[in-house]
Write a protein that binds this ligand. Structure first.
Ligand code: ADP
Length: 487
């Protein structure tokens, strides 16, 4: 049994702002069959504390990063959790990173350093009953975990840092340094230093025993100036310890055969039943029924996602008999542009600004096409959900989108391999061309149905990727993991 402590700032189903939470929530169950026991350390946000049944107090202190704190051990939603209960840091409702004024909490450096330091302390043997062999950190919020393990007193624990999105780097001024409890050598040897500031992510990338990211293509892209966001040089230097491991999805939560959010469950042999979900979706978004394809978006509305490139095509979609539903929130200008499109095309374009998990399932189960025109996409989950739900993904050829969708070009259609529509470069023109290809394919119901079936049958589970993580842990600890029980 390999004992892994996964450390994350969000986890499904307790706190989620994006794909990171899905991955962190799914990994423990995916790794269990390999003899890897994953416990997850998360901040004690109100929603997390409320979900813990009968927690055990493993540790407490009157002054931990500026206030009283306890480490709780418990289970919630079938997850083994360690929860850092520190009201002065996490006892705030709402978004985990942003205050009610829409700005980052001013003490985010301290909040996530405190989380990371706790992981390090556990690696160093803080509590007698639990000692991990691997500390697996996720994204900038936990980027200091490997830095503590490297520069503070040695622990023997191995560290892995997974980058879910290199755009978020945890950059702060040096004034926060003293609050971090990080050995001064971390500053001296340049691990933290980042263009005159300090970066949690950079510190982690520099010091982790292994760095992973969430798709093979993104692992290559982030070594280039176009996608590396300033960290490409460091990542090139660390190429031997950088691995791309594709995300899977939780196929129990995302199962069209047993999904309480759908009007009607269905499977690969009853794809006709999707029509009833489409009708339910149309009703939710106030759309009139129609013959043409129903396009969909479920996304953060930010520059990364490339949805500004979609806006100029909405009139064309409607003119060609298509319709569009958008579920998302983010940039005010983009929200406004979609709202305006809905006002221009009542009954044809439906927009819901907000975050609605069950509705996102109904969109996957009822729409015909899932649009993901991202400018960069480390892995992307919505196209994987689409494949599993028989919605055709129309995606940009970047990152994990390129790794998971097979374009319906003539050769792939002939070979019976196509699962979606992939376009490049990521421009308004190329997206327009891809949308027109979408319309043309939709006119060929047999071809369309075959693509849907292939998507439904494609393996989007964690099985393969969990093995890669288990192999990595085994290499780092010098110990074997159990063989895959499916072998
Ligand atoms: P990212 O993590 O960059 O936001 P991913 O595609 O990896 O992108 O993951 C996004 C996750 O968030 C998916 O599970 C998606 O279904 C969900 N999601 C995004 N926006 C919404 C929304 N407005 N309502 C419900 N779920 C959403």
């Amino acid at each position: 049994m390999i004992e892994v402590l996964s450390i994350a700032s969000e986890i499904v189903p307790l706190v989620k702002t994006g794909g990171l939470a899905d991955v962190v929530g799914a990994l423990p169950a995916a790794l269990a069959p390999f003899g890897v026991r994953v416990t997850t350390l998360v901040p004690g946000y109100p929603a997390v504390i409320a979900a813990l049944a009968d927690p055990e107090v493993l540790w407490s202190h009157a002054d931990y990063f500026g206030g009283p704190a306890r480490l709780l051990k418990g289970r919630a939603a079938a997850l083994d959790l360690l929860v850092l209960d520190a009201g002065h840091l996490y006892g705030r409702p709402g978004n985990p990173y942003i205050g009610p004024d829409g700005r980052d909490w001013p003490d985010n450096a301290r909040r996530f350093a405190a989380l990371s330091f706790m992981a390090y302390e556990l690696g160093a043997g803080l509590v007698p009953t639990y000692r991990p062999e691997i500390l697996h950190a996720h994204d900038w919020q936990t980027g200091l975990v490997p830095a503590y393990a490297r520069f503070n007193a040695p622990t023997g624990v191995k560290t892995v840092l997974t980058v879910h999105n290199i755009a978020f780097q945890g950059v702060f001024g040096w004034d926060v340094f003293n609050a971090l409890r990080l050995d001064y050598r971390a500053a001296g040897e340049g691990a933290l230093e980042y263009w005159g500031n300090l970066s949690f992510l950079k510190a982690g990338l520099q010091t982790a025993d292994a760095v992973t990211t969430v798709s093979p293509t993104y692992a290559h892209e982030i070594r280039t100036a176009e996608y590396g966001m300033g960290l490409e040089g460091l990542l090139r230097a660390r190429a031997d310890s950088l691995f791309g491991i594709l995300n899977g999805i939780d196929t129990r939560v995302w199962d069209p055969g047993h999904d309480p959010a759908l009007a009607v469950p269905y499977g690969v042999h009853a794809l006709g039943d999707r029509a009833q979900n489409r009708a339910a979706l149309e009703e939710r978004f106030g759309l009139e029924p129609g013959e043409g394809p129903l396009f969909s978006v479920v996304s953060r509305l930010t520059w990364q996602k490339g949805l500004d490139l979609l806006v100029p095509h909405i009139d064309m979609i409607v003119e060609n008999g298509g319709r569009l539903v958008v579920l998302g929130s983010g940039d005010a200008a983009l929200e406004q542009a979609f709202r305006a499109a809905a006002a221009r095309h009542p009954g044809k374009v439906g927009v819901m600004i907000g975050y609605d998990e069950p509705l996102s399932h109904l969109v996957q189960g009822g729409a015909d096409v899932m649009l993901v025109p991202s400018r960069f996409e480390p892995c992307g989950l919505t196209q994987l959900y689409a494949l599993r739900y028989g919605s055709i993904p129309l995606v940009a050829r970047v990152g994990g989108l390129a790794d998971t969708v097979i374009d319906a070009n003539a050769a792939a259609l002939d070979a019976g391999a196509a699962t979606g529509i992939v376009f490049s470069p990521v421009t308004e023109e190329a997206l327009g061309e891809a949308l027109r290809r979408g319309f043309a394919l939709y006119q060929q119901p047999k071809v369309w149905r075959k693509m849907q079936r292939r998507g439904l049958k494609s393996d989007v589970s964690w099985d393969k990727s969990a093995r890669h993580y288990a192999d990595l842990y085994a290499t780092l600890t010098g110990r074997e993991h159990h063989a895959d029980p499916n072998d």
